[in-house]
Design a protein around this ligand. Structure first.
Ligand SMILES: [Zn+2]
Ligand SMILES: [Zn+2]
Length: 336
């Protein structure tokens, strides 16, 4: 089968012909129908450590069709249309037992620590697989993963209805969070970013106000609109400056959810103390959030089609990654 291969000792990816994966008694073999490229795939693309060995297939925003099943798998049949959760817990550690698989002490992730879905076939544990209805396209189903991330972030903040919410970074996660905060949490949403097309989409998704931070610093204006700051801010930009901005525009006693900054950074913590802000980390999601995401998509409570920037056949994966780096579309999807 054709697959995208990441050699962790080199920057970039390659396309190779490799064998169809074996599957364990607890796994299903999926014929991949669509796989999204997300920010973490771009980090994987750029990653290179000369000392690291072990090629693997990236891709975790996967939808497809069940073609084979291990002997212990029940509840699925050949031909089922499905989407897959990324986190594979050990089922033994205290976090797995509490249902916090995303915090597993021996965590595996599809497309990160093991072979993923940028291929014609992928083998995944049956417990990671969710059935999707006929009315949901495979392309739309790839959004279950980033949508579940957004739902978890909003959930951890405990957003109350009619609050002021700021979303910093209108990528897929930020835009999906905008829609959920607006339509489901009935909040007023402000979105900041650097790409006018994406800010336009944020408006379509229900943002009351958008600010292009390339043009000017919106802090004063946001404090004025919200009469002292937003109740909740979501850092979804992957940029340290966005976290500082979140701190500066959040009202006293407010909360900030950090969703995408994955590095050591310097921030001024004084306002966190003086304003009694709560900083919340949010990573991935679990069964519940993924299930909610599939449900929202299936019931068409959230139309993700405007976010599909472009689709590429799997054999044009290199061009698809180039397209992502050019930041032209919000979500780029590979079709094996
Ligand atoms: Zn993702
Ligand atoms: Zn575990």
């Amino acid at each position: 089968m054709l697959a995208v291969i990441k050699n962790p000792s080199e920057v970039g990816i390659s396309l190779e012909d490799t064998s169809i994966p074996e599957f364990s008694p607890w796994e299903v073999l999926l014929k991949v129908k669509a796989v999204g490229i997300c920010g973490s795939d771009l980090r994987i693309f750029k990653y290179a450590d000369p000392n690291r060995r072990g090629n693997y297939i990236p891709g975790h925003e996967v939808s497809g069709e069940v073609v084979e099943m291990g002997e212990k798998v029940h509840g699925f049949k050949k031909g089922d249309r499905v989407a897959t959760e990324i986190c594979i817990g050990c089922a033994i550690c205290r976090y797995c037992r509490k249902g916090l698989v995303n915090l597993c002490e021996n965590l595996n992730e599809i497309g990160v620590t093991m072979n993923g879905g940028m291929a014609e076939y992928v083998a995944v544990p049956a417990r990671n697989v969710h059935r999707i209805p006929e009315n949901l396209s495979f392309e739309e189903a790839t959004f279950a993963d980033p949508l579940a991330c957004s739902i978890r972030g909003l959930e951890l903040a405990g957003i109350k209805p009619f609050s002021w919410v700021a979303i910093l970074g209108p990528g897929a996660i930020g835009l999906l969070a905008t829609k959920v905060a607006k339509d489901i949490r009935r909040s007023n949403v402000i979105v900041t970013g650097t790409n006018d097309n994406r800010l336009e989409l944020a408006k379509e998704f229900g943002a009351e106000h958008t600010f292009n931070i390339r043009n000017s610093d919106p802090t004063e204006e946001i404090l004025e609109i919200t009469n002292g700051g937003v109740d909740y801010a979501f850092e979804a930009a992957g940029n340290p400056n966005a976290l500082q901005q979140a701190i500066d525009i959040t009202r006293k006693n407010g909360s900030i959810v950090i969703m995408t900054v994955h590095k050591k950074i310097q921030i001024d913590v004084e306002p966190v103390i003086r304003n009694e802000l709560t900083l919340i980390g949010s990573i991935c999601y679990n069964y519940k959030e993924f299930d909610q995401a599939v449900d929202l998509l299936a019931k068409k409570k959230l139309d993700v089609k405007p976010l599909i920037g472009h689709t590429f056949p799997l054999k044009e994966a290199a061009q698809a990654f180039d397209f992502c780096f050019s930041r032209k579309g919000v979500k780029i999807i590979l079709l094996p």
